[in-house]
Ligand binder design. Sequence first.
Ligand SMILES: CC(=O)SCCNC(=O)CCNC(=O)[C@H](O)C(C)(C)COP(=O)(O)OP(=O)(O)OC[C@H]1O[C@@H](n2cnc3c(N)ncnc32)[C@H](O)[C@@H]1OP(=O)(O)O
Ligand SMILES: CC(=O)C(=O)O
Length: 535
Amino acid sequence: MTTQQNGLSDAFHVYDTTLRDGAQGEGMALTVADKLAIAKHLDDLGVGFIEGGWPGALPKDTEFFARAQTELNLRHAQLVAFGSTRKAESRASEDPQVLALRDSGAGTICLVAKSHVGHVERALRTTLAENLEMITDTVTFLRAEGRRVFVDCEHFFDGYHLDPIYAVEVVRTAAAAGADVVVLCDTNGGMLPSQVNRVVSEVLAATGARLGIHCQDDTGCAVANTIAAVEAGVTHVQCVANGYGERTGNANLATVVANLELKLGIQCLPPGKLKELSRVSHAIAEIANMTPRHHLPYVGMSAFAHKAGLHASAIKVDPDLYQHIDPTLVGNDMRMLISEMAGRASVELKGKELGHDLAANPTALANVVEKVKNLEARGYSFEAADGSFDLLIREELEPENSRVFELESWRVIVDRDAAGEVRTEATVKLHASGKRFVATGEGNGPVNALDMALRQGLEQVYPDLARLELVDFKVRILEGAHGTGAVVRVLVETSDGETEWDTVGVHENIIEASWQALADGVTYGLLRTAGLPLG
Ligand SMILES: CC(=O)SCCNC(=O)CCNC(=O)[C@H](O)C(C)(C)COP(=O)(O)OP(=O)(O)OC[C@H]1O[C@@H](n2cnc3c(N)ncnc32)[C@H](O)[C@@H]1OP(=O)(O)O
Ligand SMILES: CC(=O)C(=O)O
């Protein structure tokens, strides 16, 4: 039995098209360097095929294939060049687009061909017979040039609905000309799993050709349709990292691979690679400059995040009771979210995650739950503010060690002069290490000035404060109906250069809300630096 470069049998292919169809998604603008970097991650993951783009159509893709030959040392994947069949009434051997595919250096070529009579007649503006000839000629030419050929049948499912005899004839023609895999594409993404399953079964029975599947996500069923096609007998799945792609995107690589391996027992990646799925998904999002989608199945930050108290209480007994798999199988983690929906179990588990033993102190545990519920009712949100939640626990477990300073008062003055220049000055009065400090700071706004003043005072007793930096600041209006009189929630992210943590403040006054979040951020950072875990 032949094997793929990734060491797996050639009998089942995982084919990634992030660099071609993924790049067709709105907001995607990959440079050649980005494409090379993504290809390396996909290769590390162990996919069988990486479709690099359309050389000859996009100068960037031509450059990608040229650079790939020297800059990509693929260990697992084979590079595939994508392009269309030759133009009507010409010869493949003279078609510049087809020659560019050959000259790309890729060992495998994936040709897109028409299989829908309406597309042949109205988009290609040629005859049904000439379209079959275009497929035969192009596949034959590339095979004679020593390339492995796959054929993507565009609009296959819609075409099959309209004229099944012609659509099947396209599959037969491609296979007879030497295409190793004929890929049925749901190009408009309008199919449902039952339809895909039925059509794949019928085409397989009618042709006996090796079939693949390529699904767009316009019904939200791209992954389900891909799985349905596999269950009907396809042995080649085309997917895109994080589901990027034209319009609503393509079947998500991580979801398809995890479902196939973990639910259907079909090996898609080399042994041990499944747990790289989360890392690779996030790395590709970073390179593509796309915000990671938290709710992605398996690999998203929220995929194993538990908020409801009842869930947490069962998870405390056995995580399997509320999780469909062990998150570590795909390189993800279980997370507890603290909110008004938390109960004792959620708080105990989250506390444990932060290094506190609340199980040994039921009174403290009950007090923290009550405080969380009351504060959340006033607008606080601890779900994204682990730092402030940690301080709540410390206040219960060991109040005398939970604060690094006491605030006496703060004052902020903002003035705008006749020339339009705005200046901000803040004064804080604090008590720390038995001393009273009065410190002032100037900044480009009230929060920056308060931060400066706080540092001015506290750095005298806590030199480690110099390592802490405010790295993000978010404001949300909670009661919009009151306009500028609304309650605001401020979330602050602080970093010590290695780790980040979030803290929260809520008040009608945005500066007081900011102060609370800032003070928690600094307090939590200093307690961490001082290595003062409690419990
Ligand atoms: C379903 C998919 O996602 S397939 C991938 C689609 N990806 C892209 O389109 C991105 C890259 N595309 C491009 O850079 C350009 O569209 C090019 C270079 C391919 C073609 O550009 P142009 O020559 O300016 O043509 P244009 O884009 O207007 O039209 C496409 C041409 O390809 C023809 N064509 C479309 N599908 C096929 C096919 N499967 N086989 C042969 N020819 C095809 C069309 O009939 C049209 O021909 P015409 O110029 O004689 O009318
Ligand atoms: C080939 C392809 O991308 C499609 O048909 O959707």
